[in-house]
Design a protein. Structure first.
Lengths: 144, 490, 490, 144
């Protein structure tokens, strides 16, 4: 990935109407502990709010949390809006319990495929720990 | 004090019907089918009392007879999936005749975002599976809700609120379901971000009054007072808000409450919470002149993170059912083995009913015997809840609606983590050696010193057991104490 | 009294080694490999203490540290199935490091019918699956037993007795397992038909002495005293025979006992049984001068009929584990979801370990709080066990071995249903409203009137609950109270 | 089935080294309640003991209970011994948990086939209630 200067900064929030804030709260602490600057937007964040915050803190990545089952719907168009806002190369992660029906949640490659198609760099299962996600982002950013 | 207009006062019929006409029914096109309230009530009567499937009556009778009602939860995007799934559970498990249904709507509906719900319906039809996390009751409207009601044998209730569940509740009630949650503070803390508590109480006053009107006109209702918040709240906080809600709902005329406890998974502490809450609900209602109100203790399972594997989930569910039964619940809301992954499947829910019913058989009439540890826990909890109640009542000059709004502002009323921007969130909770939930730091909550000390002492038992000092990391890792899979040493 | 020669007296070395040489080792050809006892002991030392996998030490340490050991059971016809299955469980569940293995031999082996065991081995090889209900340890001999010991990480014990388990125990001990059950009466009542109790005690004296010798020579042992009888016995009876066995085993020099309770599935009654039994074992041992004996409370699951479906079996297992932990057990012997159908599979056992470990995590340090109901139950149980002990001691002129033989003849010592022809079986048991086990009729058992009355009063609660008089049909149907699947109303 | 006179009499016991007596005890009561004469031999009954008792009470049927998992081995040759003893047409039932490995117990048609091949008239799963077995025997005997 050829990118702008990395400054260890992320935006975190749950998307759409999702109220599940606990995971984001845990992530916030983990990223802070790992030396990241975190813009924690809490729950029920719109695409635009994510993007505004990302611009404000010059974020390397937006960590979209979605647990209530409608992430596939809520995340549609997010990448396009980033591109419009000049954040074409920002890293987009999504994690949580991101697909509503069990059949789909169990068919993980298909879930991943759909989020990739929507322009997300990675999708994380809800069994992923906060630390693991930090490690992955660091690797993707090429930083320690 | 002039800050808020809200008061704990019954809506007049005039106000009620004005709100109904101007604010509630116009929210979405299906509201039109509800305009004639007399028709709604008589249809509801026929479909619930008439068919012998009234939620409130079933609950009351079970409570009197000491029978346990099992209550699976279900919600899919399309009506056909609903009927298929619910009939499946009734056919493949011993749900009938001692069962209830807890149907949940999807989150777009709960956010009154019926346009997005319509998108979800479309997507679901396209994909041939459910793409919403519940049944969009408002989009489908009252006739579809009646169709479901006719198809299933067990009485039903609707779980559908976030900020504003009024139209959803109107729809459900008119279909012969039970509805109208009485839980303004719960909603704010669990599901909301921006709404002010006084606004939310106002909205909920309507819902409570609505249930009361159905009840008064011969269709008994048993609205839920819930404290299944974030899954990470103290028992005292949960108990306190239930007592508050009892006063708010009773003022609107509710006569029978379904106390829906979200348990913290320690049998003694949870039993104490259930007992103290019922006692204080009754006592405070008496004090404010609501003398003929019935409270029935029921419980939902643990509302925190579940483990992502069958056996661990089964241990969770069995413990939860056991706590419910041993602690004195009548109805037991069930989660299922899929909890960590997706909304409940019909297979998962049938399995949970089989499991819970067998546990009920095995336990028979056994309850947690009265004991000193339980009494101490009850005592401390009572001190805590009374302190919070009195503080708020004082602030509100005897009016609990006003008092609790001021309490939130002051930080007396708060929980650890919430999406709600008005939550102060400087309280820190963790589990003691017995996995009871304790205040590590009680922030601005007005707890008596005795209570604070009690919690700290209990936490010391954990520090001793683990041989390390208590710290913030424990608070964080406790959020997942029940969902982490054990390590396998290879 | 001259009727029996048996006395509770330690075997002399001379007698012991004579029996060993003349009666035990010659039972089957593999006995030859055990002739040199010093070699056996040093091999055992190396394979258990040496590898840090000694059963008795692990148990003792866990007990001291308040850790729960999970103990799956396993037994298949061929050594390769054993190793495959046990490694599977250790790889697929969090058994290590807090686990123990309970390996059972097949019933032909237990009946010393090694020829039929050989047939079973042959058949198993032919069919490519296990055609025996356990591992034929004697036919395979000590080297194969050591192979298994080396392959698995958790300490092992052998469950292999009916009339005469001496050669099996010799083989297991020499392989570094724990062995030597101390349970003559249990055996007669549970598995035997024709053998006299005095003969069985004599055989068991050898086993106990054998364990003691290993222990004395530096390979700690923790023989099981079991009361997992027919699954349909009173708590008093179970407790009584454990106290008797404690005296018989201690006299032979056993220093640490694994009390293996078969529970009746009522948390309060079972907890009372576990506590009273331990207390009385200690007290009676003191009285007879066995002053340095340690008793560790553990439990097996319900030994009666299990339900033939996953969810119901899971409810049973969760309740059993919960009773064990809340009641104060250290090790928890596990059954699995296949219980109603066939001997445990590796998949089933791994699942049970996952389930039980999670329940243990959830319960943390929580135990059944002391309470009045428990104390009353303990009190009544103590009265009952003391009455039976004193009656037998008196009859035996202070010798419990003699006394219990006479007690069986007199019908004081008996249970409801047993294959054993000396069991009088005129006692009738049923469950009360809380599913505790009660005497409906105590036959010739010498129970204090207070105890009889207590049981009858408890049963009245059931009659009241069910609104029908107690009758014999209830006794019969209670045998399957936990195994009948609930009726599904279509 | 063409048979001798039916006199509602059965022999019950567990076979081989099987100590599981509870099922037999329940059966005994159920058959007695249904008006059968029952020779209850208890547990661990040999082929010869079954046959002797059957002759003694002139039994219509021998109900072999086997729960410990080795019924397939223990029941071999039972029909031949009956024939030798002149009880060629006696009804032989087997019930309990009759096969050791789960694979086999789950493959019920195969279990049935094997017992039929050994000359047993019927094999019963352990989910069969005592009453159901009485009803079946009555039907097989053509009596009420
Ligand atoms: C607690 C909880 C609640 C609380 C939420 C409180 C709050 N405001 O936060 C309450 C009770 C209020 C609630 C409400 C609802 N919930 Co809820 N809830 C849960 C529950 C039990 C635990 C979630 C949790 O807190 N986990 C603990 C945290 C620490 O873990 P986590 O969120 O998974 O986050 C971790 C990882 O996933 C990862 N992560 C998370 N996000 C991201 C993002 C990125 C980029 C990365 C890298 C990593 C990452 O990091 C975290 C650290 O390990 C789950 C089921 C479960 N998992 O057991 C259901 C669940 C999420 N809820 C569900 C639903 C449907 C609802 C409701 C609609 C009500 C209902 N029908 O039951 C409402 C929705 C409200 C709304 N508007 O959103 C469903 C979602 C179904 C689906 N996805 O298909 C679930 C799965 C339950 C179920 N099986 O039905 N819920
Ligand atoms: C109680 C019990 C015991 C007691 C027995 C007490 C006694 N002496 O009776 C004890 C604890 C002593 C015991 C010991 C053993 N047991 Co055991 N035991 C059980 C258990 C839990 C219940 C059996 C029972 O009593 N059921 C209640 C009665 C009323 O039901 P039933 O016997 O099935 O009978 C009913 C029907 O089957 C039918 N029926 C029965 N026989 C017949 C015959 C005919 C002709 C008909 C028509 C109908 C019929 O009528 C009855 C009424 O409904 C079962 C597992 C289970 N089912 O849950 C294991 C079980 C039978 N035991 C088993 C084993 C292996 C053993 C042991 C070898 C020890 C071990 N390794 O665990 C020893 C063997 C001892 C011996 N020599 O036989 C295995 C057998 C495995 C297999 N078949 O493949 C089982 C299935 C457990 C398991 N999953 O491992 N056991």
């Amino acid at each position: 990935m050829t990118r702008r200067n990395v400054n260890k900064s992320v935006v975190i929030g749950t998307i759409g109407s999702d109220a599940h804030i606990i995971g984001g709260w845990v992530l916030k602490h983990a990223y802070e502990d790992a030396g990241f600057k975190v813009a924690f937007l809490g729950a029920m964040v719109s695409h635009q709010e994510f993007i505004n915050a990302a611009i404000e803190v010059d974020a390397d990545a937006i960590l979209v949390s979605s647990s209530y089952g409608m992430g596939l719907i809520d995340c549609e168009g997010m990448r396009d809006k980033c591109i419009e806002a000049g954040l074409g190369d920002i890293i987009l992660y999504v994690g949580g319990t991101i697909a509503a029906p069990l059949e789909l949640e169990r068919n993980w490659p298909e879930v991943e495929r759909r989020f990739r198609e929507m322009g997300f760099n990675r999708a994380f299962k809800n069994t992923c720990t906060a630390k693991e996600s930090v490690t992955t982002l660091k690797a993707d950013l090429g930083v320690e | 004090m002039a800050k808020y207009e809200i008061r704990n006062k019954r809506l007049t019929d005039e106000e009620f019907f004005r709100i109904r006409k101007e604010e509630v029914l116009p929210q979405w096109e299906t509201g039109r089918d509800l305009e004639n309230m007399d028709e709604c009530i008589s249809a509801a009567h026929e479909l619930s009392v008439g068919l012998g499937r009234n939620y409130a009556i079933t609950l009351r009778d079970a409570n009197e007879q000491g029978i346990h009602l099992l209550q699976p939860q279900f919600g899919r995007a399309l009506t056909e999936y609903m009927i298929d799934g619910m009939c499946y559970v009734e056919d493949e498990s011993p749900l009938v005749p001692a069962g209830l249904w807890n149907v949940f709507s999807d989150s777009y509906t709960r956010k009154n975002n019926y346009k997005m719900a319509a998108v979800g319906i479309e997507r679901s039809i396209q994909e041939g599976t459910t793409m919403l996390n519940g049944w969009p009751i408002v989009n489908f409207g009252v006739e579809e809700a009646r169709k479901i009601k006719r198809a299933v044998k067990s009485p039903m209730t609707l779980n559908s609120t976030d900020e504003d569940g009024r139209l959803a509740s109107e729809t459900a009630l008119a279909a012969g379901w039970n509805a109208c949650n009485c839980r303004s503070i719960t909603e704010c803390m669990a599901h909301c971000k921006n709404i002010r508590l006084d606004e939310e109480i106002h909205i909920n006053q309507y819902e409570s009054r609505l249930a009361a009107i159905y009840h008064e006109r011969g269709v008994p209702q048993s609205p839920h007072i819930s404290c299944n918040l974030t899954g990470y709240d103290s028992c005292g906080f949960k108990s306190f808000i239930m007592v508050v809600q009892a006063l708010l709902g009773s003022e609107q005329g509710i006569k029978q409450f379904y106390l829906e406890f979200g348990i913290n998974m320690n049998m003694v502490q949870d039993a104490a919470m259930m007992r103290v809450t019922k006692k204080l609900c009754e006592e405070y209602c008496q004090r404010f002149g609501y003398t003929d109100v019935r409270f029935i203790v029921n419980n939902n399972m643990f509302q925190g993170a579940f483990p992502p594997r069958l056996e661990e989930a089964s241990a969770m569910m069995n413990l939860a059912v056991m706590i419910g039964i041993m602690g004195g619940s009548t109805a037991l809301v069930l989660k299922c083995q899929d909890e960590a992954f997706a909304t409940p499947t019909k297979e998962g829910m049938a399995a949970s009913v089989r499991m819970a019913r067998h546990l009920d058989t095995l336990l028979g009439a056994l309850r947690l015997p009265d004991n000193a540890a339980l009494r101490e826990e009850e005592h401390m909890l009572e001190l805590e809840v009374r302190a919070m109640m009195e503080k708020c009542l004082e602030a509100g000059d005897g009016d609990i609606a006003l008092g609790i709004c001021l309490g939130v502002d002051a930080g007396w009323v708060q929980t650890m983590i919430s999406p709600w921007k008005y939550n102060r969130g400087n309280v820190l909770l963790m589990r003691d050696a017995e996995n009871a939930m304790r205040y590590f730091n009680c922030g601005d909550m007005p707890l008596p010193n005795e209570v604070k000390q009690y919690h700290l002492d209990k936490l010391k038992s954990r520090a001793a057991k683990e041989g390390r000092p208590l710290d913030f990391d424990m608070v964080v890792s406790d959020l997942q104490y029940a969902s982490r899979l054990p390590i396998i040493q290879k």
